[in-house]
Design a protein around this ligand. Structure first.
Ligand SMILES: [Ca+2]
Ligand SMILES: [Ca+2]
Length: 309
């Protein structure tokens, strides 16, 4: 079922998000920022993206363990493909041009503790919230095609932290942003994320639309799913954004999540010019740090599946 979570918890979430999402906060977070050039190339950083480590659940997107054939980012023609095999363990994941944007002690370094494919994945550690913890790139934009597609594999270490003040923890795993077509200086942020709701006791998926700074009369829009995302397991996230409509679709482990796919997007989407991935969150919590691994990130102007490189 569809739940307008802001309708239920609007005061709590809205109030916290006002602080957490402020333009000022993000603008001042560049304490660990590093930049390297030329994201988005499709040349492969070391193959071997097929794997038997992914605990994929059912669904058409069945991941891992495919074996054989061309593997790794070199096997596909993508706007962006990163298996993080080109980054040394312990280093920032910048081989493909990501810029690291963090605050409050958050880290995102490549490690070999676990991976979906190959040996490496990015390990996002977020000690407390609200905290920015993103890898960002502008290098793949503008994208000429009307549709934009993405795919990544992610793993949330369990037990996931729980909210300590508010009823929820809202985190963003993929954020696309661009200039608001109707409000100068405002950035539109279209997000796929998760929301842990302590009343339902679920870590579920979320479509979220935010503007920074918020124009008068605009309230953050959020629509959540009803499935409970299991921790300590790799999952595959695939998505589509379409400016016409606008429309968005989300698949989890190959299964389309209709609750968030069919969201009524009353606001026009911007022309995207920045992609952020990671685990940025907006509330304080107990039981941290929040630890998440992301691997095998692909972005393209054509549909993507879980099992292609
Ligand atoms: Ca392509
Ligand atoms: Ca990898």
């Amino acid at each position: 079922m569809r739940t307008l979570w802001l309708g239920v918890l609007g005061t709590l979430v809205f109030g916290v998000s006002m602080v957490a999402c402020g333009e000022e906060e993000k603008a001042s977070t560049g304490t660990s920022t590093t930049t390297s050039s030329g994201a988005g190339a499709t040349s492969g950083g070391g193959g071997a993206s097929s794997s038997s480590t992914g605990g994929s659940t059912a669904g058409s997107g069945g991941e891992g363990a495919t074996g054989g054939g061309a593997t790794g980012c070199a096997a596909g023609d993508y706007l962006l493909c990163d298996d993080f095999e080109g980054d040394a363990p312990g280093s920032a994941p910048t081989a493909k041009g990501w810029q690291v944007v963090q605050n409050n002690g958050a880290t995102s370094s490549v490690d070999d503790q676990r991976s979906h494919g190959g040996q490496h994945a990015v390990h996002f550690v977020t000690p407390s919230g609200p905290t920015v913890n993103f890898l960002t790139t502008k290098a793949i934009f503008p994208v000429a095609a009307p549709g934009m597609y993405g795919r990544l594999h992610y793993y949330v270490k369990g037990p996931a932290p729980v909210p300590n003040n508010t009823g929820v923890i809202h985190s963003d795993i993929v954020e696309l942003e661009g200039a608001d077509p109707n409000h100068g200086n405002t950035r539109d942020l279209i997000r796929w994320g998760h929301i842990y709701n302590k009343f339902s006791n679920k870590l579920t998926l979320l479509w979220n639309f935010e503007k920074r700074p918020r124009p008068a009369g605009f309230n953050e829009i959020g629509i959540d799913d009803d499935m409970d995302v299991t921790t300590d397991q790799w999952h595959c996230l695939t998505w589509r954004h379409q400016q016409e409509g606008p429309a968005s679709q989300l698949w989890h482990d190959g299964e389309e999540r209709m609750n968030v796919t069919s969201a009524d997007h009353a606001e026009p989407y911007p022309a995207f010019n920045q992609l952020n991935i990671g685990w940025t969150l907006y509330q304080s919590f107990d039981g941290g740090p929040y630890e998440v691994w992301i691997d095998d990130v692909v972005v393209d102007d054509e549909p993507l599946t879980c099992d292609q490189p």
